[in-house]
Design a protein around this ligand. Structure first.
Ligand code: SAM
Length: 250
């Protein structure tokens, strides 16, 4: 049997992730505000530390958890560059035990909740988050609001340049299966370094606000605020984001 290794891309490689998301800062002020009174912060699916590092720079003690060696290695390099000390943990956000229950804030940012492909996965992740929170702590989840337009099939071209100057060009097709509530991204990745193009696929679960609300309640949280954007506007029909602020039930 031949096993095809997916090409390196922003989906699986820390250097690619940073090159692809270098200009994504629109959520940072929101997270800094959410963490302003949080001494201890845990970010689940932290990637390369795009959010964890600025929170540490602002003075929180941050733990970043991710299941990818490559993302964590890049996060460690980025934290060294920023001069901050962060605890990086390689673990699966669906089942982790850090042996503590004193986090003031657990962050699930930038559609990472959508990587939980089943309701069981979502519940186990939320219950783990609940166990790690201090009694007055908060869990904040940021996902996209799945408006009908947002779920239409589309073709995308994504391009970015790596630090060694290799240009990565990705042609991608987004599709949606409404029965499974799964949105898929099929990628063909090409590099200017001459390596042969390769393909990869990412599936995400689309979470609707009422579904997310039920899930967090089942995991013993109260929803204390819902926002439709990083400026904390009301969640409504025109919102692009769906942000839940949850507090653990006593
Ligand atoms: C969209 S990136 C978000 C990174 C970061 N939170 C940010 O906002 O830039 C999603 C991250 O989730 C990680 N991931 C995917 N499934 C995971 C799992 N089951 N447990 C932990 N991390 C996971 C990936 O390795 C990737 O780094």
């Amino acid at each position: 049997m031949t096993v095809t290794v997916p090409p390196r891309s922003f989906l699986n490689d820390g250097e690619h992730y940073d090159a692809c998301h270098a200009s994504r800062h629109d959520d940072l002020l929101f997270w800094i505000k959410m963490a302003s009174e949080a001494r201890r912060v845990l970010e689940l699916a932290c990637g390369t530390g795009r959010i964890a590092i600025p929170l540490a720079v602002k003075g929180s003690q941050v733990t970043g958890l991710d299941d990818s060696d490559s993302m964590i290695a890049q996060a460690q390099r980025n934290a060294r560059g920023a001069g901050v000390d962060i605890e990086w943990v390689k673990a699966d956000m669906r089942s982790f035990d850090l042996g503590r229950d004193d986090f003031d804030l657990v962050v699930l940012a930038f559609n990472s909740v959508n990587l939980l492909l089943t309701l069981d996965d979502a519940l186990t992740c939320l219950r783990c988050a609940r166990r790690h929170l201090a009694p007055n702590g908060r869990l904040v989840i940021d996902t996209f609001l799945p408006s009908p337009e947002r779920l239409l099939a589309e073709d995308l071209e994504i391009a970015y340049v790596l630090p060694d100057d290799a240009k990565i060009t990705i042609r991608a097709r987004r599709s949606y299966d409404p029965a499974a509530q799964i949105r898929s991204l099929d990628l063909t990745v090409a590099s200017s370094d001459g390596s042969p193009p390769g393909t990869d696929r990412q599936d995400v679960h689309v979470y609707y606000p009422s579904e997310l609300s039920l899930l967090v309640q089942q995991a013993d949280f109260d929803v204390v605020a819902m926002y439709g954007g990083y400026d904390q506007r009301r969640l409504d029909a025109l919102s692009r984001r769906c942000i839940f602020v949850c507090s653990p039930l006593a």
